[in-house]
Design a protein around this ligand. Structure first.
Ligand SMILES: Cc1cc2nc3c(=O)[nH]c(=O)nc-3n(C[C@H](O)[C@H](O)[C@H](O)COP(=O)(O)O)c2cc1C
Length: 471
């Protein structure tokens, strides 16, 4: 069965001559320089780079052109290409390509699993289709490969597979024989896109308690932001360099109405602060705030110690900055919005923190948006009354995604964690009441600030206030 599949290099691979018997194979995964190749071999490389052929047809080319003594070398090379993830497998039905398995990495080795004719299968709940370069592709975070679907027949088969099917119940689709259906199911099973349906109707994937606890979006995000289960570059690639201008390190002022915040004396704090160990050991989440409102000086000191800009640093590609908490590539995408319920000497309302000038920029007074933001925060921490101050972290996403590929969003969430802990420690040292929140409404903040959801929206929330006397 496997021998009927067409073998080829991935689509975006180029095969070109260095000299008559030297070839370069340039694929997204690697670049190979093959030297002193026999004519049959050169021909095989060209076929692999140009639509492909079955293993038998390729070996026939070598046999006819170079003789049987070269065949072991051909099989050796073919195995090396397979090991490197350089070989795609295309299944044909009625002489037309139906589906192609494209390996993502060298970690992929096709372990062909032939489905039994009577056995029923169902599409994995982790498998999904999307458009990629004018093709429909089937992917799954369980898989090290992608399946490209050549035409509507593949989509029709997948649609059927939302329900349990075996080879014989799948062949009602025009142009799909029971043999083609068996091959298609085998290709999907071999790439972990299918799950077996047991005789009692149970789906084996759902019986796996570890997998059952993964939600689709969590596993997809996990696999796409680590290397090995996708074909994209990972890390700093500056893919928009020369195409889109990066955002400046500091967000332009959001309002002419600003409040200058108190700046603490850091030299004095270095002498008087509690020790790191004491702060670490005393840190905890405090969800109840005191009768007395947090003071304006306390808010100023808290923001200055945790989140101000220490320096703007011009770099070759983009402007970065230096702040008290660490951040990938020093991009610092997190903007802080403060929904102030009560704070001595600062009117209630919504503010943006300018970390460079250490100022609050007033966006609005107290209104239905700030009330809803504060009410959501109260619900998230189960407190009896509204928090004194809710700090919402919003990410200017493209500060990170302009420079980083595949990991931008995961970096942003790591930055939220980093800033949470910095705020916890500063608040503990200052004897304030801090608590991180795990949920928030990004649309609500977008409405309250007028920011575009896709340009900048909320990714984390933190509440802060004065402590009660008995804490
Ligand atoms: C990412 C994150 C999300 C959290 N979300 C919430 C939340 O939504 N509501 C809440 O009351 N506490 C929340 N917390 C606080 C945790 O419940 C708290 O850290 C945990 O119970 C341990 O207690 P401790 O912080 O006092 O050591 C969160 C903490 C973190 C780090």
């Amino acid at each position: 069965m496997l021998r009927s599949l067409l073998l080829s290099f991935p689509k975006n691979t180029s095969v070109f001559n260095q000299s008559e018997d030297d070839l370069v194979i340039d694929s997204p995964l690697m670049k190979l320089n093959l030297q002193q190749l026999s004519p049959g071999f050169v021909e095989v490389m060209r076929i692999l780079g140009n639509g492909g052929a079955t293993e038998d047809a390729l070996s026939e080319v070598v046999l006819k052109s170079d003789g049987c003594s070269v065949l072991p070398r051909f099989y050796y090379y073919l195995q090396q290409f397979i090991n490197c993830g350089l070989i795609c497998y295309t299944l044909q039905a009625e002489g037309l390509p139906l589906a192609t398995l494209v390996p993502f990495t060298d970690a992929h080795q096709l372990q062909w699993t032939q489905v039994a004719r009577e056995q029923k299968y169902i599409l994995s709940r982790f498998a999904y289709c999307r458009k990629d370069n004018s093709q429909l592709v089937l992917e799954s975070p369980l898989s090290h490969a992608q399946i490209t679907l050549a035409d509507w027949r593949g989509a029709a088969l997948l649609s059927e597979l939302a329900q349990p099917h075996n080879c014989s119940t799948l062949n009602k689709i025009p142009g799909i024989s029971a043999d083609a259906a068996q091959m298609f199911l085998s290709l999907l099973l071999s790439t972990k896109m299918l799950s077996e349906v047991e005789e009692d109707g149970k789906i084996s994937e759902e019986e796996n308690q570890t997998l059952a606890q993964w939600e689709f979006h969590d596993l997809l995000f996990h696999s796409r932001s680590r290397s090995s289960r996708h074909g994209s570059k990972i890390g700093k690639s500056y893919r928009f360099l020369g195409k889109i201008k990066p955002l400046p390190a500091i967000k332009p002022k959001m309002s002419p109405e600003v409040i200058d915040l108190y700046k603490p004396d850091l030299e004095q704090l270095k002498q008087t602060d509690a020790s790191l160990t004491l702060v670490l050991e005393q840190r905890n989440s405090v969800r109840i705030h005191g009768q007395e409102a947090i003071a304006e000086e306390q808010l100023g000191e808290f923001l200055y110690r945790a989140a101000r800009v220490r320096e703007i640093i011009p770099r070759e590609y983009m402007e970065v900055s230096d702040r008290p908490y660490p951040g990938g590539g020093a991009c610092y995408e997190l903007e802080l919005y403060l929904a102030i319920n009560i704070c001595a000497n600062i009117p209630s309302g919504l503010y943006h923190y300018c970390p460079q000038d250490h100022q609050l920029e007033k966006i609005s007074g107290s209104n239905k948006h700030t009330e809803a933001l504060l009410a959501n925060a109260q619900q998230a921490n189960g407190a009896k009354c509204l928090p004194q101050i809710l700090i919402i972290f919003a990410a200017r996403f493209s500060r990170v995604s302009w420079a980083y590929e595949s990991i931008a969003y995961s970096l942003i969430l790591k930055h939220v964690g980093v800033l949470y802990q910095t705020m916890y420690l500063v608040a503990t040292a200052m004897e304030l009441a801090p608590c991180a929140l795990g949920t928030g409404n990004a649309d609500l903040l977008a409405e309250a600030t007028g920011c575009d959801y896709y340009t900048e929206s909320s990714v984390g929330e933190f509440i802060i206030g004065s402590k009660t006397d008995f804490q």
